[in-house]
Design a protein. Structure first.
Length: 159
């Protein structure tokens, strides 16, 4: 199983770059996850037609945030993935968000715009970064999760 992962798109309109990621880069994925900050109801509607599974983010338009849950658990084969956006300082963000879930195998989150693909014990902590907004010298990015006997993450740089 292959899962596309994006977060922090911060788009008010459907762009060619968004279409490229969803329709081409993630064309061979089984599902696509979005870890929040979709921002616009127009973009949310487009993502829904692509069967993207999403959560709300702290910068979402009221209508968008009301249409999405705060967090989700996605079952992928034998694994449980906790999907959440995040809030506050990026320092210690993953550890703070991990407390929002009981038993999971992978934590997927956003908010910081900082890509992360790291194991903490037996759990994968994964942040795809931002598809549209890099921080300082960071590049724009998305990611994929590869599910076989284990979960493996991959950060994909767009620049």
């Amino acid at each position: 199983m292959k899962i596309g992962v994006m977060s922090d798109t911060h788009l008010r309109q459907i762009t060619d770059e968004l279409k490229k990621v969803v329709e081409r880069l993630f064309s061979d994925t089984d599902i696509i996850l979005h870890a929040g900050d979709i921002v616009s109801p127009v973009v949310l509607q487009y993502l829904k037609t692509a069967n993207v599974i999403a959560v709300s983010g702290n910068m979402d338009h009221y209508e968008t945030s009301q249409a999405l849950p705060y967090k989700r658990i996605i079952e992928a084969g034998p694994f449980k993935i906790g999907l959440i956006h995040g809030w506050g300082s990026p320092y210690g963000l993953a550890q703070k968000l991990r407390k929002e879930f009981d038993k999971i195998d992978c934590l997927v989150f956003g908010h910081s715009h900082q890509p992360l693909n790291s194991w903490v014990g037996s759990e994968l902590y994964f942040n795809p970064g931002s598809m549209t907004l890099g921080k300082r010298d960071q590049k724009r990015s998305v990611g994929t999760l590869h599910i076989n006997k284990t979960i493996q993450g991959e950060i994909i740089t767009l620049d």
